[in-house]
Write a protein that binds this ligand. Structure first.
Ligand code: SAH
Ligand code: SF4
Ligand code: F3S
Length: 466
């Protein structure tokens, strides 16, 4: 398979002897941005097999669920979706039509055999490290051999994936994700990611630069570098020296046409001086940092194996703010980790008050099979988690609204991203990752314009040309 091949002919399955050029795939993506990225790469791999994307299961020949295992609710969704697909498959097959079901992502990795056992209608189960083998797995399944492929492949999947040039006229979005690092060695006691994504691996510098250049040549103006621990990225520089995320950002900033850089998700322990300095020195690096802490209580942080204290986090935030005073902070929080007392929870609220977040995600602790947290005594009652989550979210929402209010009157650049709800309106992205509604022409998509923020809506801002 050649890279960059836009002209694709479908391989012969030996099914009918005729070219199968018009199959459609519906990919449903759950979970984090990395899954969004993976879905687009799987879509590329399937395009090379003659599949075109569709946005509904009803007219698809293949439905692929790219799943998330992070909380119980996320995993449960997969089994209910599979129930519905089973019925669809039955009626399709009754019409004599092909209908294949694939399960990819982190639930596939964690529960592949279980899925295969519970759902005979599933044709292919493929883990996050092996999805470059998806086309081969589909061929095998079509030949009557169901595939469960959840090894940690030794070969580099990224090297084996085709990158399909976007067809002329089908414009790419002006923002894109680019996975630079995968996996996690941190083993927080609540988290499944080290088990579903494996240990930390960084993609090589040259591979990342090449992919970034491609994306920019297709019209991307803003890149978000992704990793479960993106700031643990490490690579080899031009003189053979070891480099980190800061140097990677500096290297990507040199790509002509690229206007903005972001990265997510970072771990406080991997936030080094170089990266903090990049927030000061690199204008293209947007003033936004997602830096989860999970809890404000040292006792709980220890039990979570986060390996840092709350005041170290606060001191780190102060250093980041000193480097880039207008930086917007975002975080993740878990309430009701085993053993969390009222005092521990109060410490979380206090930390939130001390830091001041522009944005945050908060969750009730969910017991995950196979993680150390699930073995702990003192699981917190659900009613207590519910009450704590409501109080935390109220505080976070107040801060979020305050942050938006504080933006009103500011003059700033926004990247025009897509059409807005009303004709003559576009939605742009502020440096602080907010959606901004502004009157502008469709031809301006991809431009960066200077606006004055005039007001706030429930989930966005309003602005006029400055
Ligand atoms: N690597 C990132 C987080 C990835 S998972 C980090 O270390 O911060 C995204 C978020 O899901 C976590 O930050 C955490 O807040 C939440 N999460 C993970 N496992 C969870 C669990 N068992 N129950 C509830 N929330 C969880
Ligand atoms: Fe999960 Fe912790 Fe790794 Fe983040 S750092 S992915 S929370 S184990
Ligand atoms: Fe979910 Fe896997 Fe991402 S568990 S959050 S899809 S890494």
């Amino acid at each position: 398979m050649t890279q960059d091949s836009a002209e694709i002919t479908a391989p012969d399955d030996g099914m009918s002897g005729e070219a199968v050029a018009s199959r459609k795939v519906f990919i449903k993506t759950y979970g984090c941005q990395m899954n969004v990225y993976d879905s687009s790469r799987m879509s590329d791999a399937l395009a090379a097999e003659g599949y075109t994307p569709t946005d509904s299961a009803d007219d698809a020949d293949l439905v692929l669920l790219n799943t998330c295992h992070i909380r119980e609710k996320a995993s449960e969704k997969v089994f209910s979706a599979l129930g519905r697909l089973r019925d669809l498959k039955r009626s399709r097959n009754a019409e004599g039509r092909e209908f294949m079901i694939g399960v990819a992502g982190c639930v596939a990795q964690a529960e592949g055999e279980e899925i295969a056992r519970r759902e005979p209608s599933v044709d292919v189960v493929i883990g996050p490290q092996t999805y470059h083998r998806l086309p081969a797995a589909l061929h095998q399944a079509r030949a009557g051999k169901r595939v469960v492929d959840t090894e940690y492949a030794v070969e580099d999947k990224f090297e084996h994936l085709p990158q399909i040039a976007k067809a002329k006229g089908s414009a790419r979005s002006v923002t894109a994700f680019l996975t630079v690092q995968e996996g996690c060695d941190k083993f927080c006691t609540f988290c499944v990611v080290p088990y579903t994504r494996g240990s930390e691996v960084s993609r090589p510098l040259s591979q990342i630069v090449k992919e970034a250049e491609r994306l920019v040549s297709e019209g991307v103006r803003e890149l978000t570098l992704l990793g479960q621990n993106v700031n643990a990225w490490t690579g080899t520089g031009a003189r053979g020296e070891q480099i980190g995320l800061a140097q990677l950002l500096h290297r990507l900033a040199d790509i002509p046409g690229l206007a903005r850089l972001r990265y997510t998700t970072s771990h406080p322990r991997d936030m080094d001086d170089g990266l903090i300095a990049a927030h000061r020195d690199l204008r293209m690096l947007m003033p936004y940092l997602h830096l989860p802490i999970q809890s404000g209580s040292d006792r709980i942080l220890k039990a979570m194996n986060r390996r840092h204290k709350a005041d170290e986090y606060v001191a780190l935030i102060e250093r980041v703010r000193a480097a880039r005073p207008d930086i917007a902070l975002s975080g993740d929080f878990i309430v009701g980790f085993p053993g969390e007392t009222d005092a521990d929870f109060e410490a979380t609220l206090q930390l939130v008050r001390d830091v001041g977040y522009a944005q945050a995600y908060s969750f009730k602790y969910s017991e995950r099979p196979g993680t150390p947290g699930a073995e702990l005594a003192d699981q917190v009652a659900d009613a207590v988690k519910t009450e704590r989550l409501a109080r935390l979210q109220e505080l976070l929402l107040t801060q979020q609204r305050q942050f938006a209010e504080d933006c009103v009157g500011r003059v700033t650049d926004i990247l025009l991203e897509k059409p807005g709800r009303n004709p003559g309106q576009l939605i742009g992205r502020s440096p602080w990752l907010q959606s901004v509604n502004v009157d502008a022409k469709k031809s301006q998509i991809g431009d960066i314009i200077n606006v004055r923020i005039t007001g706030t809506g429930p989930n966005s801002l309003f602005a006029e040309m400055a």
